[in-house]
Design a protein around this ligand. Structure first.
Ligand SMILES: [Mn+2]
Length: 483
């Protein structure tokens, strides 16, 4: 393909001007005779059909250009109908220049050996190349018996050093084993996977506000009284690289799971789902972990220059064989993607997706029951990935990619509690809490209530309260008369 620089820029500017002027023309002509857009126009990736009145004129472009026109890729530049309109008035030489400008742009966007970096080089001579993840030698610390350490100075007040759910801390797998720990909550302050930084403050925000501990009125179960819960500190993150952080997060989540404790990971952005779910798949066997994924977004993006970010963990887990598509149950999707082709791909993969569209159609209770029933059908081990942007921004303002029209707390708490009580949950994560855009403490507070709903469910399961949608007879009914 020949690229002539001036011609390229000129033709692109021209195509743009043309699309704007024809758009204006179209808008004014639409009043007189409303013209319907071709049905394929709505789908950015779908192929298009060259209108019959243009096929003769455009034949002179040659097969390569025609194939490009039919591919539908032109829709990135100009709406298909507007392009055809403009072609009706242009000479074949002008049309050729427009198509070639688009083709040249497509080429420029691709990787080119010699021009582009295939990977990001690191300074391998740096003295502390692995400093960010190298553990401090235990020999430097005073000798102590392994086991959880309580940081509270006083008996009743929230005091000492803030921890997740006011829990004691643990630093090593030996602490987890000696303390017979059931749940280890760990921070993962990663935010390079999101275009909107700030999620690295999530763990500190959840430690700083209440709501993650105490009695759950719906079940009358206090998880802290039933389970041994600890704060396992934060996992080291390379703040300049999501890619480098992934493997270390995976090894730390495995470290927790291998002691028999349930890891609960507080992010951090949603890239973490890749590390967290793959760690559990390595512990329980590839294909043996089902993921219940709460999110406004489908997160199975692919074909991006970076191999992992917060929009691609689902794809990576499928692509690398950790979690097949049929083991994904998604709840709350409503963002502008997936498009038609991607929804079709998700069906082929066996996804059980439950969008807000389904909720609008059938109501929350029906969809909740359906999703919980699907999670019970297997696989036996369930990992819950809770992206807080599944919630309506009214409840979770503090997140990088909010989408209106989401779940309420009264919808989210019961499904999380039920999944943790009615299925065998082996891991849980809360991601995308960004305190920099949490203008009140409500996002952190609500996130802690989601965390507590999960721990309550796990405690209910321990107590045998696993019947479908168990609610306490005491707290749900005053009992003064027959009702
Ligand atoms: Mn997400």
């Amino acid at each position: 393909m020949k690229v002539w620089k001036q011609g390229l820029l000129g033709a692109l500017a021209w195509a743009l001007a043309l699309s704007m002027s024809t758009a204006a023309q179209k808008a004014s002509s639409e009043k007189a005779s409303p013209q319907k857009r071709s049905p394929q126009a709505g789908s950015p990736k779908a192929a298009v059909v060259i209108p019959a009145d243009l096929t003769g004129k455009l034949a002179a472009l040659g097969e390569a250009r025609l194939e490009f026109l039919r591919s539908g890729k032109t829709k990135r530049y100009v709406h298909a109908d507007l392009l055809w309109d403009s072609f009706r008035t242009k000479s074949i030489a002008e049309i050729e220049a427009i198509v070639d400008a688009m083709l040249a742009t497509e080429e420029q966007e691709k990787f080119k050996e010699g021009r582009d970096m295939a990977s990001i080089p690191l300074n391998t001579e740096a003295t502390h190349f692995n400093g960010w993840k190298t553990k401090r030698p235990q020999e430097l610390n005073p000798k102590r018996e392994p086991g959880p350490i309580n940081l509270s100075r006083y008996m009743e007040a929230r005091s000492g050093i803030p921890t997740f759910a006011n829990a004691p801390i643990a630093l090593t797998p030996e602490d987890l084993k000696a303390g017979k720990v059931d749940i280890a909550i760990v921070g993962a302050p990663l935010d390079m996977g999101s275009g909107y930084r700030g999620a690295k403050g999530g763990p500190l925000a959840l430690r700083a506000v209440g709501g993650a501990s105490g009695n759950d009125m719906y079940s009358m179960v206090n998880p802290s009284e039933v389970l041994n819960i600890v704060d396992y500190g934060d996992i080291a993150i390379d703040y300049m690289s999501t890619e480098r952080s992934m493997e270390h997060v995976r090894s730390m989540v495995k470290e927790i799971a291998l002691t028999g404790a349930i890891p609960i990971i507080i992010g951090g952005d949603h890239s973490l789902m890749y590390s967290d779910a793959s760690a559990l798949a390595e512990v329980h066997g590839k294909g043996n972990v089902g993921v219940v994924h709460f999110d406004a977004h489908y997160d199975a993006g692919k074909d991006r220059a970076h191999l992992i970010d917060h929009g691609q963990p689902v794809w990576r887990l499928i692509h690398e064989g950790y979690v097949p598509g049929k083991n994904f149950i998604q709840v709350g999707l409503r963002a502008r993607s997936p498009d038609v082709e991607t929804f079709e791909w998700m069906r082929e993969q066996g996804f059980r997706y439950h969008t807000m569209v389904e909720i609008e159609k059938r109501g929350w209770d029906v969809v909740m029951n359906r999703a919980v029933r699907e999670a019970k059908e297997g696989p036996k081990n369930i990992f819950i990935s809770f992206d807080i942007d599944v919630m309506d921004p009214a409840y979770m303002t503090g997140t990088g990619t909010p989408v209106p029209g989401g779940l309420t707390m009264r919808e989210a708490q019961p499904i999380v509690r039920r999944l943790c009580a009615e299925t065998h949950v082996v891991g849980f994560e809360i991601v995308e809490v960004d305190p920099l855009v949490d203008e009140t403490y409500r996002t952190a507070l609500n996130s802690n209530y989601i965390l507590n709903a999960c721990m309550t469910g796990i405690a209910m399961r321990r107590l045998g309260l696993t019947q479908e949608h168990y609610l306490s007879p005491l707290s749900s009914e005053h009992g003064q008369n027959n009702y």
